[in-house]
Write a protein that binds this ligand. Structure first.
Ligand code: CA
Ligand code: CA
Length: 86
């Protein structure tokens, strides 16, 4: 009983110690995976219609040349800004 309580307390102490960066990189996500999952017609770029589930504003931010499509390179560049490596 006491051990269980100690374990719970230990976990509670450890959990908030996870990196609390300003913008934490979505767990397990990479630009490659996001493009692969979002690219419904598999033409290698994602359009706004294909990314309705992306957070509001993230498509426009990633679409650096404003052609209405986000390429892997554009998403990688956006991620480098949003989730800088430490
Ligand atoms: Ca596409
Ligand atoms: Ca673009």
């Amino acid at each position: 009983m006491k051990f269980a309580l100690l374990a719970a307390v230990a976990l509670a102490c450890v959990a908030p110690a996870a990196p609390a960066a300003a913008a934490s990189r979505p767990f397990g996500m990479t630009p490659e995976r996001i493009i692969a999952w979002s690219d419904a017609n598999k033409d290698g770029v994602v359009t706004k219609d294909e990314v309705r589930r992306w957070p509001r504003g993230s498509f426009d931010r990633a679409d650096a040349d404003k052609d209405g499509k986000v390429t892997l390179d554009e998403l990688k560049a956006d991620w480098a800004i949003q989730y800088p490596k430490k």
